[in-house]
Design a protein around this ligand. Structure first.
Ligand code: ATP
Length: 313
């Protein structure tokens, strides 16, 4: 057993370049087809040996994140400790930069980071491939959070196929002054389909697909074609729930973004920009408009969670 006392992990958030929602399955989950892309907006986790399991949280939206057993990072540490046959005696401190309830998979990223961090702290030698089975049990987005890069996700998002990206893209994220709950947004989507007389059960709908044009555009690094193919089936209902999202999208698009769209189930909005200088212009315009609480400038795709210092990646 090693005497390593602490480990630092940086866990990236994600954006869904397309989020196509199919029918609701009998287990309550919706079938989705999506393209995930990991971005350089990181939560930082410090895992330190301690007596018993303790979770503390600081940073953006920390007050909305549970600092108890329901924290996904705490659940992850228990799972990896169990697999490794050790006691989960660790203090996990999470510093949040990924917006909470922002549709950027922050809780899932922290879970993936905690799996990797626990494996490193206790030198269990499980490795990323071995941790994947735990990731699948922890949540739909946790497997992608462990993988990073770009990937096609099917099922409820856990069935992954890695994709290639020709280039690294520049992004601006507008963090809303409120969160949107994932079940509430999927519920609103289903009510909207019901009102329109459309079917919503998985057996009555074809399996959702992502556009092959987007996959090709990503492989070639054709930023304009990527921008033309960024879509989110949940944007309509999320904007109906919070009309201020439409105003944020209008500002970002008008300030030079190639495309603006909702991140996952919201409430963060994402903007693809052609270069870093435009990223700063779009970020400034968003802040000046007062239609969002803060902004993040990022690049992506990036790798999944990494052990080490922030400046190393
Ligand atoms: P989803 O993965 O459901 O799309 P999201 O990306 O929109 O979620 P998260 O920031 O992951 O949003 O938070 C969803 C909820 O998960 C929060 O309301 C919070 O109560 C809970 N949660 C549990 N652990 C964490 C964590 N480590 N960080 C953030 N939220 C957490």
């Amino acid at each position: 057993m090693s005497d390593k006392q602490s480990v630092t992990v940086h866990a990236p958030g994600k954006v869904n370049l397309q989020l196509n929602v199919g029918g609701r399955r009998t287990d309550g989950y919706h079938e989705i087809a999506t393209i995930f892309l990991a971005v350089s907006c990181y939560d930082k986790l410090v895992l330190r040996r301690s007596s018993g399991l303790r979770v503390t949280v600081s940073g953006t939206g920390a007050g909305e994140v549970p600092a108890d057993d329901s924290n996904l990072a705490g659940q992850a540490i228990k799972a990896v400790a169990k697999m490794g046959g050790v006691e989960p005696d660790v203090h996990i401190h999470i510093h949040k930069r990924i917006p909470v309830q922002g549709g950027m998979g922050g809780g899932s990223s922290d879970a993936a980071g905690a799996l990797l961090g626990g494996d490193a702290l206790w030198q269990l030698g499980i490795g990323r491939a071995g941790l994947m089975s735990l990731a699948e049990e922890l949540g739909s987005d946790v497997p992608f959070s462990m993988l990073g890069g770009v990937a096609l996700g099917r099922g409820r998002g856990e069935a992954l196929q890695p994709l290639t990206s020709g280039i690294t893209y520049h992004w601006v994220f507008a963090v809303a002054g409120f969160g949107l709950s994932t079940p509430a947004v999927f519920g609103a989507h289903e009510r909207h389909r019901q009102e329109a007389g459309l079917p919503f059960a998985a057996g009555c709908l074809p399996a959702p697909q992502v556009s092959p044009r987007l996959i090709d555009a990503l492989a070639c690094g054709d930023v304009d074609l990527v921008a033309q193919n960024l879509t989110n089936d949940l944007e309509f209902v999320a904007s109906r729930m919070r009309p201020e999202l439409t105003r944020t999208l209008t500002v970002g698009r008008g300030a030079g973004a190639l495309a603006g769209f909702l991140c996952g189930t919201g409430a963060t909005t994402a903007f693809l920009v052609p270069n870093e200088s435009t990223a700063h212009d779009v970020a400034e315009a968003l802040l000046a408009s007062e239609t969002c609480a803060s902004v993040r400038i990022a690049r992506g795709p990036v790798q999944g969670p990494r052990i080490g210092k922030a400046e190393e990646f």
